[in-house]
Design a binder for this molecule. Structure first.
Ligand SMILES: Cc1cc2nc3c(=O)[nH]c(=O)nc-3n(C[C@H](O)[C@H](O)[C@H](O)COP(=O)(O)O)c2cc1C
Length: 359
């Protein structure tokens, strides 16, 4: 059964009021490309800044959140992945290293020098305990939700909970489990697909097709994400029923982002017009600018180890490549619309993105 659109009389939730932000702009959490400086700048400008934690140890998270608390009294979001860590698969791992062997030889990388350990960790009790010290007003998740117990811990300090949906079914699943808002992540989006009830990338839906369908399917506010790069795009998403817009790629060149030099150069070049979903860099599909590794080994490979294990074998190639000024082996995450990327302060970008917002 179709339900009324959010923002109608039967669903008067005003997301910006509820979050205590002035502008309907959420800076997308971007693990590996930002720290607290970006989140602080966006929150202080009236949007919702986000601190990604998927690639942070618990201690590193504490440092970033202490910096946020010291620099702003405005609301902010803290973001986690919530995948199930895979079992090691030695045969797949070996096949993956074999596929990369020509590159190890070419770059003079010792394949035995490859680091161990998980570069991306799901939300767990240790994170939750540390997070409680900071009581962030908003907590968002990617790849579904953590256990009920972990969500309840966040609820204990009154956190507003959101998560990404890439299909109508995922949006309903999230609503059934009590999220306060759904992020409708269209196929255009940069970085990892938040998909968790399907692994079929071929049927992923574009933002402006997905958004109105999710708005009709759930009662909670819906946030649009994917391919929105300027104020006109923001206004269009709001007109389609979004309560706010989550924007990632456009922030990657801002002064506060920690985007690497090769990534910045690629985003500012014509290469940014050609992106694809690839699983080579982590094991899960993510959208990035097509580079040499994606052209020659992917962009999708059936032998890439499960998320996040694929990242280990790529890491030394990436380090060597970037040291030589090359992004051939780097994840150059980008959405399909990088035209909003400008090397300006994040506060300016945030205000400009909101200039045509619906009254
Ligand atoms: C560099 C980069 C890193 C990302 N990392 C995360 C992350 O850590 N957590 C998350 O929930 N989403 C992440 N995303 C996805 C964003 O939340 C969002 O869906 C996406 O940026 C929206 O599309 P756009 O990039 O076209 O604006 C990332 C996106 C990019 C571009």
């Amino acid at each position: 059964m179709l339900r009324p659109q959010s923002g109608t009389e039967s669903n008067p939730v005003n997301l910006t009021q509820r979050l205590g932000i002035e502008l309907p702009i959420i800076q997308a959490p971007m693990a590996g490309s930002q720290g607290s400086a970006l989140a602080i700048a966006v929150s202080n400008a009236g949007g919702l800044g986000s601190q990604p934690c998927a690639m942070l140890t618990v201690d590193a998270m504490r440092k970033e959140l202490a910096a946020v608390r010291a620099a702003t009294s405005k609301p902010f979001n803290v973001n986690f992945f919530c995948h199930t860590p895979p079992r090691e698969d030695a045969a797949r791992d070996a096949a993956w290293r074999d596929a990369l062997a020509p590159y190890y030889r070419e770059l003079g990388v010792d394949p035995n020098d490859i680091p161990k350990g998980a570069p991306r960790r799901p939300f767990d009790a240790e994170y939750a305990d540390a997070l409680a010290e900071f009581a962030p007003p908003v907590v968002s998740f990617h790849f579904g939700l953590p256990s009920r117990d972990l969500i309840d811990r966040c609820r204990a300090w009154g956190a507003f909970i959101m998560s990404s949906a890439t299909t109508v079914d995922e949006a309903r699943w999230l609503e059934d489990r009590g999220v306060d808002a759904v992020i409708a992540q269209g196929a255009e989006a940069g970085g990892h697909r938040g998909m968790f009830l399907t692994d079929d990338v071929a049927t992923q839906v574009g933002t402006f097709a997905l958004l109105p369908q999710i708005v009709r399917a759930v009662r909670v506010p819906v946030i649009a994400a994917g391919g929105v790069a300027d104020a006109t795009g923001v206004a269009a998403a709001l007109a389609l029923g979004a309560s706010a817009v989550q924007i990632g790629t456009a922030y990657l060149l801002t002064s506060e982002a920690t985007t690497s030099a090769v990534h910045r150069a690629a985003l500012a070049s014509e290469a940014a017009r050609v992106t694809a979903l690839t699983n080579l860099f982590s094991g899960r599909p993510a959208r990035g600018i097509v580079n040499r590794l994606m052209r020659e080994v992917g962009p999708m490979s059936p032998i890439a180890p499960a998320f996040p294990l694929a990242a280990f074998a790529i890491a030394p190639l990436r380090v060597k490549g970037e040291a030589a000024g090359s992004g051939d082996f780097s994840p150059l995450w980008s959405g399909q619309n990088a035209t909003g990327c400008r090397a300006i302060p994040a506060a300016q970008l945030t205000r400009e993105l909101a200039v045509h917002r619906a009254a």
